[in-house]
Ligand binder design. Structure first.
Ligand code: LLP
Length: 404
């Protein structure tokens, strides 16, 4: 992880608010996952919705990962950065005809999660290959908003409808070359993950043209001090070993297993640096007001998510309990509530930790504030600014020019 001096130097040089990402951490997480999956015929994809900063993407590409892309711009960015089309899965939700054509022309793998879209694909491109997203009816995740399978979920074709998938495929001579599922995000419960995987493995026996089974992403990371993250030994024994036996017994030759994590690779690589500029002693609480907010990291407001907050400037002071809040005009605008942090004074730089996934990629310009800057720190500890903050004038110029 980036050390305190380095983070303070970056805050000094580039100002705040700024996201900082460490290449070393990303490389370590990729190697770590590969190590635990060793022995499987494996393809790793990166779910770029977690963080599409260009150097993050380049790191994934150079490590041989493919991409899970969910929108035309994600797809285009992956192609422009040189990811091979055969390693890009296009999983747009509520895919339009235009998006379907674009992905087909680009030669990437379409991942279809609705029977009606499968039918439209068959009509327009009979004889083509496709991956089908199933809903195994088992979901998991750190919050109900991020559970993406089960009865209430809009994602995937219910596993009960396999006959209908087979029927559409036969009518249009579609080759089902992949099965996919993604049951949720921030999963630390290996058993539930395995239960869902075993559903898709069973389902795979109805298809004899498969090249791969994509079991999704969703691997959790430790956010809270008492959390230890995924138990990788359990992961190996509960998931990886049975997957190996399954592959050995499956009739399809050259079947590979795909995983497509986002968070696992990048969450711990990122820190949001922000400056405390207002300390307010209210009747009941102490508020530490910063120059960032929910517009830059919405996870606490949206999911009640926990992010460690460190006083980087004065790490050794006596601890006090704060509400660390942003500068946005909403009461959900906080990074941490009732949180013990080393004594904060106005001017201190704080680090909001583990913010590399779903930080900048979910950020907005609400209240007409700029996105934060982004700084990439490579394996040689060289820092490069990859996004600059905009000035108020830039933002206003844009607002005035877009109407013309
Ligand atoms: N594959 C698909 C089809 C997905 O929809 C997602 C995430 C992933 C892979 C990667 O999931 P991961 O490995 O990162 O858990 N904004 C939420 C997370 C939403 C995830 C949506 N889909 C958060 O900040 O917790």
């Amino acid at each position: 992880m980036l050390d305190r001096d380095q983070l303070l130097t970056i805050a000094d040089q580039y100002g705040t608010p700024t996201y900082v990402y460490s290449e070393s951490v990303i490389l370590e997480r990729i190697d770590r996952l590969r190590f635990h999956l060793e022995g499987l015929p494996l393809q790793l994809l990166y779910a770029m919705k977690a963080n599409h900063a260009v150097p993050v993407m380049e790191t994934m590409r150079d490590k041989g990962l493919g991409i899970d892309a969910v929108s035309p711009a994600e797809l285009l960015l992956a192609l422009r950065l040189g990811f091979k089309p055969e390693r890009i899965l296009f999983s747009a939700n509520n895919m339009t005809d235009e998006e379907m054509r674009m992905a087909h022309e680009a030669g990437v793998i379409l991942n279809v999660g609705e029977l009606s879209r499968l039918e439209k694909l068959g009509k327009e491109f009979p004889g083509s290959s496709v991956c089908v997203r199933l809903n195994p009816q088992i979901g998991a995740g750190h919050h109900e908003h991020v559970i993406t399978a089960g009865e209430k979920s809009k994602f995937g074709i219910p596993v009960e409808h396999i006959d209908r998938i087979v029927d559409v495929a036969q009518r249009y001579d579609l080759r089902i070359r992949g099965l996919h599922q993604h049951i949720g995000s921030g999963i630390l419960d290996t058993e539930t993950l395995w239960k869902a995987i075993s559903v898709i493995l069973d389902a795979s026996r109805s298809f004899d043209t498969l090249d791969f089974i994509n079991v999704g992403g969703g691997l959790g990371i430790p956010y809270r001090p008492e959390e230890t993250g995924l138990d990788m030994e359990l992961f190996e024994s509960l998931i990886v070993s049975p997957l190996k036996s399954f592959i050995a017994s499956h009739p399809s030759k050259n079947l590979s297993i795909w995983f497509e994590p986002g968070r696992y690779f990048v969450a711990e690589s990122g820190v949001l640096l922000t400056q405390v500029n207002t300390i307010k002693h209210s009747t009941q609480r102490i508020f530490a007001g910063t120059d960032s907010g929910m517009n830059h990291l919405i996870r606490p407001a949206m999911y009640g998510a926990y992010h460690e907050v460190r006083n980087l400037t004065h790490p050794d002071g006596p601890v006090a309990t704060y509400d660390i809040v942003g500068n946005i005009c909403e009461s959900a605008d906080y990074f941490a509530r009732d949180r013990e942090v080393a004594h904060l004074t106005e001017g201190d730089i704080v680090g909001v930790m583990n913010a590399g996934a779903y930080g900048i990629s979910m950020a907005s310009t609400y209240n007409m504030r700029s996105l934060p800057a982004e700084v990439w720190v490579d394996v040689n500890n060289k820092a490069t600014e990859v996004r600059k903050r905009k000035t108020a004038k830039d933002i206003v110029d844009e607002a005035l020019s877009s109407g013309n």
